[in-house]
Design a binder for this molecule. Structure first.
Ligand code: C2O
Ligand code: CU
Ligand code: CU
Length: 464
């Protein structure tokens, strides 16, 4: 497998396999254009953390190729399904139409078939990190756990500033795998699915504990994606706090420092690290986090490695000599519009009725039904949604098409637009949404992908 192969197509750009994006092949003109990419889902033998594994890939790469575009562009993705099972693509976090051949998660691409997705990205679209992954109800966790995930970067003004453009940037796609000695992926049993499958092998861009260069006397930009089906990452970099500039698909209003990052499935973070320590190596650690609580029922060790006392080493940062470039991080980035308090408030309750036996993963008592609309809203309206979790397990809530702001309930108070929010066990979180620009049906669900597959998903229809 040639992981460094470049594929650039006429009319725009499209696919970059390299993760170090300093010398990025940006288009020099900023006229909107059509960005074309060809993606093929197929079963492939790859080298995963130094050992052969038979996974699902896009174009033979793990993770899939990076797609870059700018607000105003149209993404045209020719997608071929060379798997022996049905699949499709979802464009997580993009504010694009959920209908037609755009980000329509109701579409299905049978084995052997080709579908061209076309996604006009509005000129006002925020710049940020998004991603594509399969969304076939019932198979999402299995397909993603076999490797299907790729990054979409939307570049904008912030990226164009010379200091930012000259800052080394690394994409870090976090995936975990459960691989048997013959290189095949182990399928979890029913109770592992009920908890949400986790694999003991944690990888960054398909590597275990990769080395990442850290610019001495300068900034290094890390763009993290949790593309794992269920695993939470609680990250700390020895000797270095993180400067958070963006969450999910957009910039925060004001950069802020954090000692630790919590990244739940589906989430992205855009952080800068200041390289001002003495030379040396520093470990990026994954600290214990208990997302299952009492439900775990004495499960220790095993594949749910987050319960063990020793933190996993996710990556190792190593100083490199670079010309000094410690520019001053601006105090303010993008103003975040404060949405006015709406008249409409709704409640969504996560349910795990049948406990660990595998059934009963519901929202408001109902299992997902692709033929049923659960929530009807008006185009342009603002609503508050109370996400209520009386179950014994954490659930990260996600909605397609429109981002939201957190009003209260989970401690993440910095003004920002998000598309995934953690609703911890026993807690409620209030979010404020605006249904802008697109009518049609879209999905919301728990982003523990086994929970989504087991039914913890609903449909919102935006009426024009
Ligand atoms: Cu990343 Cu509906 O999912
Ligand atoms: Cu999504
Ligand atoms: Cu869940």
């Amino acid at each position: 497998m040639d992981r460094r192969r470049f594929l650039i197509r006429a009319g725009g750009i499209a696919l970059y396999p390299a993760w170090e994006t300093k010398a990025r092949a940006q288009r020099s003109n900023s006229e909107p254009s059509v960005v074309e990419a060809a993606l093929e889902a197929r079963e492939t033998w790859v080298t995963l953390a130094g050992r052969p594994a038979q996974l699902y890939t896009y174009n033979g790469q793990l993770p899939g190729p990076r797609i870059e575009a700018r607000a105003g562009d149209t993404l045209r993705i020719s997608f071929r399904n060379s798997l022996s099972e049905v699949t499709n693509l979802h464009y997580h976090g993009l504010h694009v139409s959920p209908g037609g051949n755009a980000d329509n998660s109701f579409l299905e691409v049978p084995s052997g078939e080709l579908l061209t997705y076309e996604l006009p990205i509005p000129r006002t679209h925020p710049s940020g990190m998004f991603w594509y992954h399969p969304h076939m109800h019932g198979s999402v966790a299995r397909q993603v756990s076999r490797g299907l995930a790729g990054v979409i970067l939307i570049r904008g003004e912030f990226d164009d500033q010379p200091e930012v453009r000259n800052t080394p940037e690394f994409l870090m796609v976090l995936q975990d795998f459960d691989i048997a000695s013959d290189g095949q992926v182990n399928e979890p049993n029913a109770s592992e699915k009920a908890r949400g499958r986790e694999g003991p092998l944690v990888t960054v861009n398909g590597e275990s504990n990769p080395r990442v260069p850290l610019a001495r006397n300068g900034w290094t930009r890390l763009r993290l994606l949790n593309a794992s089906p269920s695993r939470f990452y609680r990250l700390r970099l020895e000797g270095h706090p993180f400067m958070i500039v963006g969450v999910d698909g957009g910039l925060v209003e004001a950069p802020f420092e954090a000692e630790e990052l919590l990244l739940v499935p589906g989430q992205r973070l855009d952080v800068f690290v200041r390289g001002e320590s003495p030379l040396g190596t520093f470990r990026l650690l994954n600290l214990p986090y208990d997302r299952i609580g009492a439900m775990g029922g004495g499960m220790t060790g095993s594949t749910f490695g987050q319960k063990t006392a020793e933190p996993d080493v996710v990556a190792t940062f190593e100083y490199t000599d670079a010309p000094p470039a410690l520019w001053a991080m601006p105090d303010r980035l993008a103003p975040i519009e404060r949405l006015s308090s709406p008249g409409i408030r709704r409640t969504f309750r996560f349910g795990m009725g049948m406990g660990m036996s595998g059934g009963g993963f519901t929202i408001n008592g109902r299992l997902f039904d692709p033929k049923r609309v659960d929530t009807r809203v008006e185009l342009g309206s603002i609503e508050d949604w109370d996400l209520v979790n009386r179950s014994g397990m954490d659930h990260p809530f996600h909605i397609h098409t429109n981002a939201f702001q957190i009003v209260s309930g989970n401690g993440e108070v910095e003004p920002a637009w998000r598309d995934v929010v953690l609703v911890p066990a026993g807690r409620s979180v209030r979010i404020r949404l605006r249904f802008s620009d697109y009518s049609g049906r879209a999905m919301y669900h728990c982003h523990i992908l086994d929970h989504e597959d087991l039914g913890m998903m609903g449909i919102v229809e935006v009426a024009p």
